[in-house]
Design a protein around this ligand. Sequence first.
Ligand SMILES: Nc1ncnc2c1ncn2[C@@H]1O[C@H](COP(=O)(O)OP(=O)(O)OP(=O)(O)O)[C@@H](O)[C@H]1O
Ligand SMILES: [Mg+2]
Length: 238
Amino acid sequence: MSMLEVKDLRVAYGKIEAVKGISFDVEEGQVVSLIGTNGAGKTTTLRTISGLLRPARGSITFEGKRIDDVPAHKIVTLGLAQSPEGRRIFPRMTVEENLMLGAFARKDGSSAVRQDLDAAFELFPILRERRSQPAGTFSGGEQQMLAMGRAMMSRPRLMLLDEPSMGLSPLMMKKIMSTVQTLKAQGTTILLVEQNANAALKISDVGYVLEVGKIVLRGTGQELLSSDEVRKAYLGEE
Ligand SMILES: Nc1ncnc2c1ncn2[C@@H]1O[C@H](COP(=O)(O)OP(=O)(O)OP(=O)(O)O)[C@@H](O)[C@H]1O
Ligand SMILES: [Mg+2]
C-alpha cells in the first residue's frame, strides 16, 4: 500500500474538466513531483487531495483511508498539510501568528505545538529572528519559508507543496529545494508541484508529467531529467 493513492481522478469546474482521469501514487518517505506547464491541472489536483475541491470521479486514499469525501479541516488532522500556490500568508499578522494558524486543528496540547514551532524555527532561523514582525513585510522567499513553516505546524506525514520556487531567485530556490530534502530526511513525505522541472526532478524520487489534465509520463527524477521529451518541453532544450 502506498501512502497516497490517487485513482482515475477527475475534477471539473462546471463544464471545464481540469483533471481528466489521472492515477498516481506517493510512497512513504519519498519526494514525488508533478510537473507541468500553466493550466495543466497541478493546483486543481493538490486542492482536491487537500479536500478543498471535490472530485467528479475517482478516489483518493491516504494511509489506507478514503479521503475524497472528508472535509479539508479533518484531512489536516489525518496528517496531510498543504503549502498553497502563492503562499497565502496573512500580511497583517505576525510571523508567529501565521505559524500558529497551521496548528489550528491540533488537539495534542501546547508543549507539542511549541516543539513544532521550534522545529520550524530550526529549519528557518529567519522566522525566529522576525517572529514579531508583520508577515506582509517579508520578501517572496521569506514568505515561502513561512508558508512551509506553517504547513509543518500540523506535524504532517505528507506535505503538499504548490510551486514553492515561484518567483524566487536561483539562490533562494536552491535553499527551498534543499529544505525539501531536509524535510524528507526528517521523515516527511513530499508531493511537490513545480513548473521548474529541473529543480524539482533533481530532488525527486519519482516524477509525473501532467499535460492538460492528463499524466503523459512517469519516471524516476533522473529518468525524466534525461528524457528527450522532458528536455524539449520543460527544460527549453532543442
Ligand atoms: N476556479 C476555477 N474556475 C474555472 N476554471 C478553473 C478554476 N481554477 C482553475 N481552472 C482551470 O482549470 C485548469 C487547470 O488549472 P490549475 O490551476 O489546476 O493549473 P496549474 O497546473 O496549477 O497551472 P499553473 O502552473 O498556472 O498554476 C485551467 O484550465 C484553469 O483555467
Ligand atoms: Mg497552479
